[in-house]
Structure formats: structure tokens, C-alpha cells
Design a protein around this ligand. Structure first.
Ligand SMILES: [Zn+2]
Length: 458
């Protein structure tokens, strides 16, 4: 736990609301200040682009981006061969090598351009969808781009807005006490945003979450798909009454048709899926016809076979993305670790943005607490753990969690203690935590990394 989390966890909950709101003021400026409105206008104006317009937009931006990489980013200017640099000058992306996560994780500053010194930089250490911590560095301007594209293509298509009161399920430690009797959320009054704690969601706490929606007149909800699914399940089981909502936009985990059906029944509104990554290398959102469109102005997305050739439509392959959303620490042909397929069926909405048919391999297992609470995205305990190269959570019994760790040389007892503490904080102190240091973590037969494995019957 970082020092700010430690201080935060010792404050009474009314002061935590103040901290959240004060922090909210800063975040509002960071995300919705500066050029935000002009970004919104630009994304909205491109919504109606034809295929030809998208193609020329992409080739123009690709040339600019690749030149920046070649001339100002140490990693690319050193690693690319002469032939690759010539290709980069012509904007020929496919002649360039695929980018692995390992060098990015080992030295994130090697990917930062040397000709820019932004006043505000935000570093997100994240466990990512593969459980591997990565320092993603973005500027304030880039943060505004991320929010603008979400406002237009995600919220906008679902007919809601970030200007309206919303609830969010995310990996933030909202309520530090695992034994808390509530409240299980904090209010950011600056944005009328309720942050829900995913770690306290249980059948007996679900009604507190629904009451928060009523009290703060929440219009729509966004965040972790599995958390909203679990809440929906508890709502139906207990027959809770949900106030009118305009929509739910899920992120992070794959939204299955079963999850969607149950959520639409529980919440009485439409559920939309958003597909993005914490590194913001791509962006896809669902239109009114339920299709997941890739935004070509967020970057170039490829779906590749294991030999590197492009997949045919409908064929599942590895997702590789080159982001236009970030030029300070640019990512070129970045291997996300997700599997997906293209859909060639044109969408009746008429937007000329490619449709992704399936995104597989992101549905993570749920960890169950001794008291029945179900926890998602549990591998979030590896966030901001620079001495953990890879980590995996294995639930062996209701009261025993094994944490496998591939450590760096600097890993010490302090890190072990911190990890045990983080598990206890989320699931309760009565659970035995075994930290096991390993050389490497096994992959599934599809080569996918599983961040969470559950060995118990649920
Ligand atoms: Zn569509």
C-alpha cells in the first residue's frame, strides 16, 4: 500500500469523501480541462467519416507518428534497422517489428520522446490484462483525449454524458476496511460521481449500493463488467428496486450475452460494452445496433496469426495495436495479449468503423471470500508493485490463497508483507496467504496468461 493509501485508510469516512472530492477537483481539470472540448468536437466530427476518409486519416497520422518514434524515441531509433526506418518514413507500419511488453516493462522511459517536457505527467502502474505491471506515462493532454473519445463514442452512443451523475466500479481502494459495515462507496462531489468498492460487494451489502444510486440521483453507471454482473445477480435474488437508469457501459472484462441479459433485467436499461486497455492503445465501443466498432482515430488495430500474417474475417487471432491517443510514450504494434476476430458484416448504423466480432480471453475468474463475497480483478493487488514482474492469484480453498510471484532482484520481505496485507485488506484476515516465489508462470494452452485461477467449486 502506498503512503497516500495508508493515510487515506486512517481517515474517517466523511473526511475520505473530502479527500475524494479534493482529488476529484484536480482530476476534473486533468481530464476535462484544457483542450477537452475541442477534442470532443473533433471526435464527433469524424463519426461520419467514410472508409476512404478513415484510410487517409490513418495514413497521414501514421507517417507523423512513426517519424516522431524514429527521431525522438530512444527505443525505436536504436532498435529499428535502416530498412525499417525507411519503411517508417513511408508510413509502412507492417514492415515494423511487433512490440513485446518485456522491454517496455523493463525500461518505460526508453519509450518516452526526448523532445518534450510536459508540465503534467501521469504514471499508471498497472497489472494490465496479463497481470504484468507496466509504467504507462501519459500527459494531461492525452488524458483529455481518452476522456473525449469516451464521451463521444461510448457515453454519446449510449445517450449519456460525463456531465451527468454516474457511478463507477474500478480497482481503486474506496473502502480500506474489509470488515466495514458501510458505506461501500465514496462520493466525488465535483463530478457527482459515486465510486463503488468492488471488494465489499456481497448479497448482504448489495442494497447499500442501490441506495447510493437513489441518494445521489445517479443517471448511468460504468466500470468493471463482472462487478455490475454480480450486483445485478444480487439485485434479482433479493428483489431490490433499482431507480431509473439511462444505461450501463461496461469496461475491463468481456461482457458475455448471459451477463448482458441478466444486467438489463436487473437495471431496466440497456447495457453497452466498451473495449479498451489501461495503456489506451485502442478504443472500441458499442453502437445502438449492439456492434463493437473500433475507432480508427484511436489507432491502427491488427488481428494477426501466430506467423504474423493478418487473420481473415472471423478468424481468431492476436490483437496488436498502434495508438494515436498517445504520442509522448508511443506504442507501435503493441501486443495486447488479447484474442479477437473481425466481423465483415456491415453494421446497419452506417458508421464506417471496423467491427470486432469477438474479444476472447479476458474473462477472469472470481475469487470468493469466506463470507461469500465475490471479488473480481483481484490481481489489482499487483498494481504499484515494481518488484513484481508477474503475479498470479490461485484460490485453493475458501480460506487459502496462493500468490505466485516472479520477483525482481530487489524483491524483499517488505514486498511479501505488503502483498499479504493487500490480500487481507480485500478478503479478510482469516484467509491464509501463501506467497510463493517462482521463476515463471505457466500459460494456458492458447498461450494466455491467467491472472486469477480458482480451484474451488462455486
Ligand atoms: Zn454500428
Amino acid at each position: 500500500m502506498g503512503i497516500t493509501d495508508t493515510i487515506y485508510s486512517k481517515l474517517p469516512s466523511f473526511l475520505q469523501n473530502w479527500v475524494v472530492s479534493l482529488y476529484g477537483l484536480y482530476w476534473k481539470w486533468l481530464r476535462f480541462g484544457g483542450e477537452y472540448n475541442s477534442f470532443v468536437k473533433a471526435y464527433a466530427s469524424r463519426d461520419i467519416f467514410s472508409e476512404e476518409k478513415w484510410a487517409s486519416f490513418q495514413s497521414e497520422n501514421l507517417k507523423k507518428l512513426l517519424q516522431i518514434c524514429m527521431n525522438t524515441v530512444p527505443y525505436y531509433s536504436r532498435e529499428w534497422t535502416l530498412a525499417q526506418k525507411r519503411a517508417a518514413l513511408n508510413g509502412d507500419l507492417f514492415a515494423l517489428p511487433l512490440m513485446e511488453k518485456a522491454p517496455f516493462r523493463a525500461n518505460p522511459n526508453d519509450f518516452v520522446r526526448i523532445d518534450r517536457k510536459p508540465l503534467f505527467k501521469i504514471t499508471n502502474y498497472t497489472s494490465g490484462s496479463t497481470g504484468t505491471p507496466i509504467a504507462s506515462i501519459v500527459t494531461a493532454s492525452e488524458m483529455r483525449k481518452f476522456m473525449a473519445i469516451r464521451e463521444v463514442r461510448s457515453a454519446g452512443w449510449a445517450r449519456v454524458s460525463f456531465n451527468e451523475p454516474r457511478a463507477t466500479f474500478s480497482g481503486r481502494l474506496v473502502e480500506p476496511d474489509p470488515e466495514s459495515k458501510g458505506p461501500f462507496y465514496r462520493l466525488n462531489s465535483v463530478e457527482q460521481q459515486v465510486y463503488f468498492s468492488p471488494y465489499h460487494l456481497r448479497p448482504d451489502t448489495a442494497h447499500f449500493y442501490i441506495e447510493a444510486l437513489k441518494r445521489h440521483k445517479i443517471q448511468w453507471m460504468t466500470g468493471y463488467a463482472v462487478s455490475y454482473y454480480l450486483l445485478a445477480k444480487f439485485v434479482i435474488e433479493a428483489g431490490l428496486e433499482v431507480p431509473p437508469l439511462k444505461g450501463v457501459i461496461t469496461t475491463s472484462e468481456k461482457l458475455t450475452p448471459e451477463m448482458r441479459l441478466l444486467m438489463e433485467k436487473a437495471y431496466g436499461c440497456r447495457v453497452y460494452e466498451e473495449y479498451s486497455t489501461v495503456e489506451n492503445v485502442l478504443f472500441a465501443s458499442e453502437c445502438e445496433h449492439g456492434r463493437l466498432h473500433i475507432s480508427p482515430d484511436a489507432g491502427v488495430v491488427e488481428i494477426l496469426r501466430s506467423d504474423g500474417s493478418p487473420c481473415d474475417p472471423g478468424e481468431v487471432g492476436e490483437v496488436v495495436a498502434t495508438s494515436f491517443l498517445r504520442t509522448y510514450q508511443p506504442l507501435i504494434r503493441y501486443r495486447l495479449g488479447d484474442l479477437a476476430a473481425w466481423d465483415i458484416e456491415p453494421c446497419p448504423c452506417g458508421r464506417a468503423m471496423p467491427v470486432i466480432k469477438e474479444v476472447v480471453g479476458r474473462l477472469e475468474d472470481v475469487v470468493v471470500g469466506p463470507d461469500g463475497r465475490q471479488l473480481v480483478r483481484f490481481h489489482g493487488i499487483f498494481t504499484n508493485q515494481p518488484n513484481v514482474i508477474e503475479g498470479q492469484i490461485i484460490q485453493e480453498a475458501l480460506d487459502r490463497i496462493r500468490v505466485k510471484i516472479v520477483p525482481t532482484e530487489g524483491f524483499s520481505e517488505i514486498d511479501t508483507f505488503d502483498i499479504i496485507n493487500r490480500v487481507h485488506q480485500r478478503i479478510g484476515k482469516q484467509v491464509e496467504v501463501v506467497v510463493e516465489l517462482v521463476q515463471g508462470i505457466e500459460r494456458t494452452k492458447y498461450g494466455k496468461f491467467k491472472a486469477v485461477i480458482s480451484l474451488i467449486q462455486k
